[in-house]
Design a protein around this ligand. Sequence first.
Ligand SMILES: NC(=O)C1=CN([C@@H]2O[C@H](COP(=O)(O)OP(=O)(O)OC[C@H]3O[C@@H](n4cnc5c(N)ncnc54)[C@H](OP(=O)(O)O)[C@@H]3O)[C@@H](O)[C@H]2O)[C@@H](O)CC1
Ligand SMILES: Nc1ncnc2c1ncn2[C@@H]1O[C@H](COP(=O)(O)OP(=O)(O)OP(=O)(O)O)[C@@H](O)[C@H]1O
Length: 448
Amino acid sequence: MAGVRNSEEIDINGASDDVFSPKPPESTEECQESCTFEAPDDSEVQERKLAGETQLPSTNDTAQNEINEELDDSKEYNTEEFENAEMLAKNPDDDEDLYMYEENANYEEEVQQVEHEECDDNREDRSRTSNASQLARNLKKRSIKWNSHLRSMSVQVSDSSLIEKAKTLAPLFSSGKHKGQAGRIGVFGGSIEFTGAPYFSSITALKVGADLSYVFTIKDAAVVIKSYSPELMVLPFLDDPDAINKIKPWLDRLHVALLGPGMGRADSTKQTFEAIICLCRSKNKPLIIDADGLFFVAQNPDILKDYPAPVILTPNKAEFARIVGDSNLEGPKVERAKPFLEKTGPSVTIFCKDAEDEIITLGNTIKLTGGGSGRRCGGQGDMLGGAMSTFLTWALEKNLPPAVACFAASKLTRDCNAQGFVKHGRSLVVTDMIQEIHSVFQENFELK
Ligand SMILES: NC(=O)C1=CN([C@@H]2O[C@H](COP(=O)(O)OP(=O)(O)OC[C@H]3O[C@@H](n4cnc5c(N)ncnc54)[C@H](OP(=O)(O)O)[C@@H]3O)[C@@H](O)[C@H]2O)[C@@H](O)CC1
Ligand SMILES: Nc1ncnc2c1ncn2[C@@H]1O[C@H](COP(=O)(O)OP(=O)(O)OP(=O)(O)O)[C@@H](O)[C@H]1O
């Protein structure tokens, strides 16, 4: 859970308004102010926790004292639990959010228990009741503070200009618009093994705000995917002997094609995948390529050479290593991506999914951190790809660069994960994250 970065990879000599060559803020302090998506004050909490401090910092002494008192109270109440909390706070890692959440859950349970006991014992033990009430109030206060801390761990970005641009992405509602104008997305994927992946992508594209979402899949997966949602239009063309001719008339209508989720890696699928890219090339169709689509790109990067429209590749760490032809999973990604990006040309952006998401173009990187939780459920990359498809449609409509869509998709996914985790904890699955889209979108991308 890193803080804001003053990314060294950004070209500081470039034009200031260009998201690919932004001027980094001069000091870390300034960077925190300009780059935090929300509640920048609380970034200090993270720094101090990383430094091993167990008490939460606050903007004023009174608040600090209040928190300290609460921590003292809870120590009296349950020393063992507090010691565990101290231990976790000294070892912050991916599980830190989990720790915060579990603390909240435990304390809320305790509050309920104490309140229940208050009722039962009311007549018998008035002094105990009054202590319990005080404790319950303290615990509630603490729980609220920790919830707000969780909210503050939101996405931070090393290029603040993306934040403002992302806020302008969503089209205004208007009775003059017809169905389809807010986005027609095509997701090409699904196989007999993986029917969930294209569903997560396409339903997310819709819920982010596209009007129409199509899934192009194989015959045996089509009925299954249709059964997940009547909102999706599912076309069983991918394994059709005449696949390209069947896809062609639909492709014209798409704003963005997302290729790869759950597609599988069969040789026959690879041929269809490459034929779809050629078709998209002939129609200047913007592309997002994910999952198994990246597996095919790794085998034949030339397929994207001098592509005439924006292409975003969305590898996870392992897929990134595969496309850049690198057996090493570590090291600065912007350097490792260079030979690949030189080969494909300037239309390609790589969005590398990781603890720290990175938007990489030739020689430049923008890093995104924060949000999320310790919970990594399968399908959140598919969700991100679907969100990115809709955001990319809108970005291109407004002549904004693909990086804005990348930022918006990352922000949305990470916040849906964080918010979903507060409700579901370890049980969080990607369907729960999708349920959070409306409120996260409302808070971050709707004009107020
Ligand atoms: N419900 C559904 O239908 C879903 C379907 N899905 C579909 O499944 C298909 C295969 O996708 P995939 O991601 O499992 O394949 P791939 O990239 O080869 O990864 C496997 C290898 O990479 C590694 N690895 C992965 N991430 C890493 C990381 N961050 N950091 C480090 N290592 C990492 C991992 O290593 P391991 O954990 O084994 O050590 C393993 O070796 C694809 O079509 C996709 O769309 C999914 O979308 C989920 C929901
Ligand atoms: N360690 C992490 N901390 C915070 N957020 C993360 C972390 N890892 C991933 N994410 C978020 O989840 C998004 C998807 O990443 P993930 O690694 O799950 O993709 P994926 O492997 O393609 O997923 P899937 O194939 O299951 O759909 C990332 O872009 C990022 O926003």
